[in-house]
Design a protein around this ligand. Structure first.
Ligand SMILES: [Zn+2]
Length: 228
């Protein structure tokens, strides 16, 4: 689970920002150690329908849809033959992370516009939904959660002209009811910020991830990759 990939400290702290040189080292490590990138729906097809996966499969995800994913992460991933999944906040497309700026959680960051999102989609990346304006879904009324989950799917499908099947809970905020609403909205899977690997026994609407922060040394990255 990545967020920003950016060399500029003004774009935010290392909790959400991995500098590109570190990110490149990580991609190179994955490549040299035989990891192959797959999509979240490949994981589900494997668990649910027995689809064959590569020997060392990995899903590389990015939350929020930052412009730096296109500017810095994409060229590096292309170099190593990797694709990823980017969870985009539909109302932020072509704008900024206004939802975090308003709450004074993060500095203002550019969010990709449709041309970048469409190019990544064409390049084999998967675009997933991440609500309309990034609320804590477990803290809002069920009708609001339903709107956020359904409308973001609709808006992305309208722009991409293809089904949007995966979702990420903003701030990792969800509960059983939110997970049910996500399932009922027609998604196939949703990821949380809980730490761990996807397993055959995982609830498809509560998929865990491995967090990568900019604080990690190369050694720590390898440890995080293997500790679950
Ligand atoms: Zn987010």
């Amino acid at each position: 689970m990545y967020h920003k990939v950016n060399p500029d400290p003004r774009t935010g702290g290392l909790g959400l920002r991995v500098p590109p040189d570190k990110f490149e080292w990580q991609m190179k490590y994955l490549k040299q150690n035989g990891y192959e990138s797959i999509s979240l729906t490949d994981v589900l097809d494997h668990f649910q329908n027995g689809k064959t996966l590569p020997h060392k499969p990995i899903v590389i995800t990015f939350d929020d849809g930052y412009q730096d994913n296109y500017d810095f992460a994409y060229p590096i991933m292309k170099k190593y033959g990797y694709t990823g999944t980017i969870f985009v906040v539909s109302q932020a497309i072509g704008k900024t992370n206004f939802y975090d700026v308003q709450k004074k959680l993060q500095p203002e960051n550019k969010i990709m516009a449709w041309p970048e999102i469409k190019e990544l989609d064409q390049a084999g990346f998967v675009i997933g939904a991440h609500t309309v304006d990034h609320p804590h879904l477990a803290r809002v009324a069920p009708e609001v959660a339903k709107y956020q989950i359904e409308e973001s799917k609709r808006a992305l499908e309208y722009g991409l002209k293809k089904p949007v099947e995966v979702f990420a809970y903003p701030y990792g905020s969800y509960n059983d009811q939110v997970a049910e609403i996500t399932k009922a909205a027609g998604y196939r899977a949703a990821v949380t910020t809980e730490l761990g690997l996807a397993k055959p026994t995982s609830n498809p609407f509560q998929i865990h991830r491995i967090r990568v922060t900019g604080h990690y040394s190369n050694h720590q990255f390898i440890e995080e990759l293997h500790k679950y």
